[in-house]
Design a protein around this ligand. Structure first.
Ligand SMILES: NC(=O)c1ccc[n+]([C@@H]2O[C@H](COP(=O)([O-])OP(=O)(O)OC[C@H]3O[C@@H](n4cnc5c(N)ncnc54)[C@H](OP(=O)(O)O)[C@@H]3O)[C@@H](O)[C@H]2O)c1
Length: 304
């Protein structure tokens, strides 16, 4: 079968013939119809990820496809290897794709929506009328976060890097769209969800009203600056961090239950993943370069 293989840090993803994956107990073989690319995959390829897999490797930790006649979406936790024609998935992380959903949407759903939803419901207290700030708002996690915050009754301010991205955020329900520089002018944010890190996370923290919380989920724009607890106490604000991969290991039942809850919301039409681009598996390198260039919106997926 064909797979996009990474041989060395900074190298190109190349389409090659590889062995079929082993399907030991607890795993099932999915015919991949779409594979999601996460920003972390790009960081791994570039050598910027803290816990990289040994090389050579086939990246990709979420897919949608066919499993014994079922249309499914799934995490590829145990083995990795999503960027391939056939993928061994963990039985306990397989879910049914909603009937009217495409495979590309299926591969765009789990990581993005869980990474916004779990912090929103477990680490923040969003109420109707809460003011939620979402950064990198037109990205994979960002587009999910806008929809989920709106679903919870919040009004959303979206920060993103271009006019095209602002337009997408507004289409998804953001009330206001701003540049990253304008975050410094806000002072009434209840919950900030930030995938960007660096100075943007520091600005999110400053934008909070008393009892607000800033949730760091990524460092696409650079390493986090240190946070002084004295400032948090003095301003009555909080900082939270969220890392889905770890939580799946520590609290699998919670994450699975919430994945089913989110799929139910999707089936009811309350939320829908945004697929920004589809690339053939052979062009996985170009797909990575699109994401790294900051020109992607929504989720970028590979198709066989
Ligand atoms: N903690 C978790 O469990 C978890 C799970 C999934 C993803 N994440 C993290 O969340 C972030 C978003 O992931 P995603 O897959 O949804 O990606 P994405 O938002 O689709 O892409 C990243 C976006 O970050 C923004 N960005 C800001 N500074 C950047 C820079 N220097 N280089 C590149 N992009 C920059 C860009 O949007 P603008 O042009 O609008 O700035 C870019 O489009 C990533 O950092 C990812 O690692 C964390």
């Amino acid at each position: 079968m064909k797979a996009a293989v990474l041989h060395e840090v900074g190298g190109q993803l190349s389409l090659e013939d590889v062995a079929e994956p082993d399907v030991s107990e607890g795993l099932s073989l999915v015919d991949m119809r779409a594979a999601g690319i996460n920003f972390a995959d790009v960081l791994i390829r570039l050598g910027h990820y803290p816990q990289p897999p040994p090389l050579p490797t086939v990246l990709g930790n979420e897919v949608a496809g066919d499993l014994d006649g079922r249309r499914v979406l799934a995490f590829v936790r145990t083995t990795g290897g999503g960027y391939a024609e056939r993928v061994a998935v963990d039985d306990e992380w397989v879910f049914d794709l909603p009937p009217d959903a495409s495979y590309a949407e299926g591969a765009s759903f789990l990581t993005t929506f869980l990474t916004a939803w779990l912090p929103f419901i477990r680490q923040a207290h969003i109420r109707p009328g809460s003011h939620v700030l979402v950064t990198a708002a037109a990205g994979g996690v960002g587009t999910a976060a806008i929809q989920l915050a709106r679903h919870l009754g919040a009004r959303v301010t979206a920060a993103a890097g271009s006019e095209e991205k602002h337009a997408l955020a507004r289409e998804l329900g953001a009330e206001a769209t701003i540049s990253y520089d304008a975050i410094a002018e806000l002072d009434d944010v209840d919950v900030a969800l930030d995938p960007v890190g660096g100075p943007v996370f520091a600005a999110c923290l400053k934008s909070l009203r008393p009892l607000g919380v800033a949730i760091g989920i990524g460092f696409a724009g650079g390493a986090w600056e240190p946070v002084d607890p004295a400032r948090l106490v003095g301003r009555n604000v909080g900082v939270q961090g969220f890392y889905l991969g770890r939580l799946m290991g520590f609290e699998p039942r919670l994450v699975q239950e919430q994945a089913r809850e989110l799929i139910a919301l999707w089936r009811r039409g309350s939320i829908r993943p945004v697929v920004g681009a589809e690339y053939p598996l052979a062009d996985a390198q170009a797909a990575h370069e699109l994401i790294a260039s900051r020109r992607s919106t929504g989720k970028v997926v590979l198709v066989p």
